[in-house]
Design a protein around this ligand. Structure first.
Ligand code: CS2
Length: 507
């Protein structure tokens, strides 16, 4: 990650930096915190300081703070690098959210993050904060791979290097499961009731899964703590949604021009946002429903709909687009064929796997998704979405494929998405331009791709054997294997456009 802070300030030394004292110098149409930030106290520690939480959790919480409940400020913790902390601290953790609608931009300075830390050089401080009684919720956006899971089963990957290191020295955790377990251990030792853990990443049954991961981690280092976590700590499931592409330098320039202040790390998002949360918070929670969150007893139907229809379609579009040299999701939706392929993915393979979703008309939901994908103001790069396929494919596409086979049907479009991912692992698009595969399993996966090159059958067979990704039950289905190989062979021989033409010609 670039050190935006240093680069930007060096480039524009005379400009006004966004901060508490410069808030009143912002352009008049910029929305700013409608409450006295100095009176707000922290109630939430958020792990993972990327763009998504700063567009989503931060907005809902900012709205709650504006209603007068001052006890739910957020302290952000970066478990990877200090870069975002270092960008935010000199601006008193204020930053600009640039909401891009089709015809206009809306700017809002967010105040709900009160402080920012990084475990790289502040681990003790972070653990001490997490042990304080006023911290009642720990929220997380660390991406799928951040939980050190085996993606195919969702269980703790006990051989993960960070997990092995943490098990050898649990008081100095570097992994997310290790951090949560150690913080809960410290609270328990101090007689402080445990915080609620709210996982805001795109995992199926995210709370249940991460609870299993943390309990298993604790079993391996402190079985008594494991029993305590299993019995006492709440991990409600939640569905989160807001399309938030990674910030580009051009966004920084747009924000500076529109607000009149330099912001080292603004965030760009679409207008839409959705949050569905299981209402199980023993130590209380912000009244997020006042900001539009939906509190329910069971998140599962909502989560399946979003994870499959939105994220599954994103993955399909991302792999086909990267190979074809299409840079953004909006660009993919302007392709003559890709929107029709996405429609078929929804109608033929994904919607049939969904249970009824309370209060939701699923065809209207996918129609709205299509409009969101087309938003020309959002430059959501397909290479960004292509990252971590080993973690994303199982919940988004492989699990629904398995369910279709279990119901006696064969998926029609999912094999094409899987083939596109396999072709993507060759690290060269159709024009011969090289790109890097970003994935925790990149070494193994690109090694396999390199060894089998252009032999579709051999490449698919070698990848199907990777049980961390593929459920053996699914790859035992001949119809699945042969469809993937057929599409992969076509993608390699004739490319994306002709493969899609042939695909769309078949009923
Ligand atoms: C995307 C998600 O990068 C990806 O894999 O599918 O980040 C997606 O944009 C969000 O989940 C939308 O809520």
């Amino acid at each position: 990650m670039p050190d935006a802070n240093t680069a930007l300030l060096a480039a524009r030394p005379s400009q006004t930096r966004l901060s508490t004292v410069t808030l009143d110098r912002l352009a008049p149409d910029v929305e700013r915190p409608a409450y006295d930030r100095a009176a707000v106290t922290p109630g939430i520690v958020h792990i993972g300081l990327g763009a998504f939480c700063r567009a989503h959790l931060a907005t809902y919480t900012d709205d709650v703070l504006a209603t007068g409940d001052k006890s739910w400020g957020i302290v952000g913790v970066d478990p990877l690098s200090p870069a975002i902390r270092d960008a935010l601290k000199p601006q008193d953790c204020l930053y600009t959210l640039l909401v891009r609608e089709e015809n206009r931009d809306r700017l809002r300075v967010m105040g709900s993050f009160l402080d920012a830390m990084a475990t790289a050089d502040q681990l003790d401080e972070v653990l001490a904060l997490m042990a304080k009684p006023e911290i009642r919720i720990v929220t997380l956006t660390v991406t799928e791979k951040g939980y050190c899971q085996d993606a195919a089963t969702g269980a703790l990957d006990e051989a993960h290097p960070l997990i092995r290191a943490d098990l050898a020295d649990p008081a100095k955790p570097r992994s997310v499961p290790g951090l949560l377990a150690e913080a809960i251990r410290r609270r328990r030792a101090a007689g402080v009731a445990p915080f609620t853990v709210l996982v805001c990443d795109n995992l199926a049954q995210n709370g249940i899964k991460v609870r299993g991961i943390v309990v298993r981690y604790a079993e391996l280092c402190d079985p008594d703590l494991a029993a305590y976590i299993a019995g006492q700590v709440g991990f409600p499931c939640t569905m989160v949604d807001r399309i938030t592409p990674a910030t580009q330098d051009s966004d920084r320039a747009t924000v500076e021009e529109a607000t009149g202040c330099v912001d080292a790390w603004p965030v760009v998002s679409e207008p839409f946002k959705q949050w569905v949360i299981e209402d199980r918070f023993p130590l209380g929670r912000p009244a997020w429903e006042m900001a539009g969150a939906i509190m329910v007893d069971d998140v599962h139907p909502f989560e399946l709909m979003k994870l499959r229809c939105l994220n599954g379609a994103h993955s399909l579009l991302a792999y086909l687009s990267v190979i074809a040299g299409i840079e953004t999701i909006a660009g993919a939706m302007a392709d003559p064929q890709l929107p029709a392929v996405v429609q078929r993915l929804w109608v033929e393979d994904l919607i049939p796997t969904l249970p009824p979703v309370p209060g939701t008309d699923i065809p209207a939901y996918t129609a709205a998704l299509e409009a969101r994908f087309r938003n020309p103001g959002i430059r959501h790069r397909t290479i960004q979405i292509s990252s971590d396929g080993s973690q994303k494919l199982p919940p988004r596409l492989l699990e629904p494929a398995r369910e279709l086979f279990a119901a006696g049907k064969a998926p029609r479009v999912i094999p094409l998405a899987v083939a596109a991912w396999m072709r993507f692992l060759l690290q060269k698009d159709e024009a011969g331009t090289a790109y890097a595969v970003a994935d925790p399993m990149a070494g193994q996966l690109t090694g396999i791709a390199g060894a089998h090159g252009t032999d579709a059958g051999a490449l698919a067979a070698a990848l199907f054997a990777v049980e961390d990704i593929f459920d053996p039950e699914l790859v035992a289905e001949d119809a699945f294997r042969s469809a993937v190989v057929r599409h992969l062979d076509s993608l390699m021989r004739v490319g994306v456009a002709r493969t899609l033409t042939a695909f769309l010609a078949t009923p």
